[in-house]
Design a protein around this ligand. Structure first.
Ligand SMILES: [Zn+2]
Length: 161
């Protein structure tokens, strides 16, 4: 019989694995304790890997974010080109999204209308001209914004009368 130095339980010698260079020719821990140790270690190893993967995932995200930040123009250019070549798909996609998000779209429209963003105003110009949104000069957008403000003021006054 031999007492395991780990679990402190006295067990048959067969319960210990052989270690030739030790005094009694056996390992100090019983087989059960050794396999438990290996199992715990594997779990620790798995956990460490999961943490590494998570950290690495964030690193990958950060890197791609950095890339997007540093290549905004290039990406915008590519996106524009793609959109131009796939107008039907873009239109279909937007329409589908609007149909599925009526309330959201209403809120977006309201916000855009209130803020009179460049995007909103250039879209308005596109509606009444055959210009491309990206071809509209900044000054024209400014003028349209002023015109829009005037129109709204007049409308408000008429309503209040
Ligand atoms: Zn043991």
């Amino acid at each position: 019989m031999k007492t395991c130095t780990k679990c402190k339980i006295q067990k048959e010698k067969e319960k210990f694995r052989i270690k030739k260079e030790s005094k009694d020719g056996l390992r100090p821990w019983c087989r059960e304790c050794e396999s438990q140790y290996r199992k715990d270690n594997r779990e620790k190893e798995n956990k460490r890997y999961a943490e590494w993967a998570k950290k690495n995932h964030e690193q990958v995200i950060t890197k791609s974010k950095e890339y997007r930040e540093n290549n905004k123009d290039k990406i915008n250019e590519l996106h524009k080109k793609w959109s131009k070549e796939n107008k039907d798909r873009v239109y279909e996609y937007r329409k589908k999204w609007r149909d599925n998000n009526i309330e959201k779209q209403k809120a977006i429209d309201k916000k855009a209308c209130e803020s009179m963003s460049d995007f909103y105003i250039s879209n308005m110009i596109v509606k009444y001209t055959n210009l491309n949104r990206t071809d509209i000069p900044k000054e024209i957008i400014e003028l349209k914004r002023i015109q829009l403000k005037i129109t709204r003021e007049i409308r408000k006054k008429n309503v209040n009368k």
